[in-house]
Design a protein around this ligand. Structure first.
Ligand code: KIV
Ligand code: NA
Length: 265
């Protein structure tokens, strides 16, 4: 199997081949996604929400991210694995950012890190890249700044914020990022960004004119019953399927149907 590299991802953009990306947080799911041929797995700090049940991504720690990432890396043979630097592990200064990135690379075997923000964190981005660690940017809706925004609404609908986003994307490219995630911004703005930089742009709620798409696995599989934003396409209804399977199991136990004569020693 030929491993996905930053070089291959760059070539996909040039060839117009869309990049597929999903989040993963554990060994068993990562194994399925990698076997199925996903290009990138993101160990997102959305683990704070979907794995730990927090309301925001802020509480998850670097140690917890490392636990999830190491589990994912143990499963994969082909895909490129990116790990989010969690809130509080890089904002202090570029030295802190680098040491967090190095811990992730050393302790998990992942292939790169993702970091939220543009101009504000550019020194950290440069320092991490100069250590040889591939960095993915993340602009638009950046959930670690949720209390600054106040809502999870679409970002950069006003010209000033749109212009800053385009400038930030160019800065991230100049700093050496291998790709950028754009979250929840107008499709036309995402198109402008994808055409303004040479590195792959991966969208979530950023429309179809970008170089790849990413979704949170729990959303895409329909595990989160009530999360139905417009940008989401659900490929399974796992909440109801697991709910039904659980009820069937409970019923079989209560009625003494399970285990039967063949299911015992
Ligand atoms: O943490 C996450 O899941 C993410 C994606 C939404 C891009 O950052
Ligand atoms: Na994230």
């Amino acid at each position: 199997i030929k491993r996905v590299t930053t070089h291959i991802l760059q070539k996909m953009k040039l060839d117009g081949e869309r990049i597929s990306m999903l989040t993963a947080y554990d060994y068993s799911m990562a194994r399925i996604f990698d076997d199925a041929g996903i290009d990138i797995l993101l160990v997102g700090d959305s683990a704070s929400n979907v794995m730990a049940g927090h309301e925001t991504t802020l509480p998850i720690t670097l140690d917890q991210m490392i636990y999830h990432a190491a589990s994912v890396v143990r499963a994969i043979k082909r895909c490129f694995v990116v790990v989010d630097l969690p809130f509080g592990s890089y904002q202090g200064n570029s030295k802190e950012a680098l040491s967090s990135a190095i811990r992730i690379m050393k302790e998990t075997g992942a292939h790169g890190i993702k970091i939220e923000g543009g101009e504000e964190i550019i020194e950290s981005v440069k320092r991490i890249i100069s250590a040889g660690v591939p960095v993915m940017g993340h602009l638009g809706l950046t959930p670690q700044s949720i209390y600054k925004f106040g809502t999870y609404a679409v970002r950069a609908t006003e010209e000033a914020e749109a212009n800053k986003l385009i400038a930030d994307a160019k800065l991230l490219q100049e700093a050496g990022c291998f790709a950028i995630v754009l979250e929840k911004i107008p499709a036309t703005l995402a198109k402008t960004v994808a055409e303004s930089v040479d590195i792959p742009i991966i969208g979530i709620g950023a429309g179809k004119y970008v170089d790849g798409q990413v979704l949170v696995m729990h959303d895409m599989l329909g595990i989160n019953k009530d999360f139905k934003p417009r940008f989401l396409r659900r490929y399974l209804d796992l909440y109801n399927q697991i709910y039904g399977a659980t009820q069937a199991y409970i019923n079989d136990v209560k009625t003494k149907d399970f285990p039967n004569d063949n299911e015992q020693y």
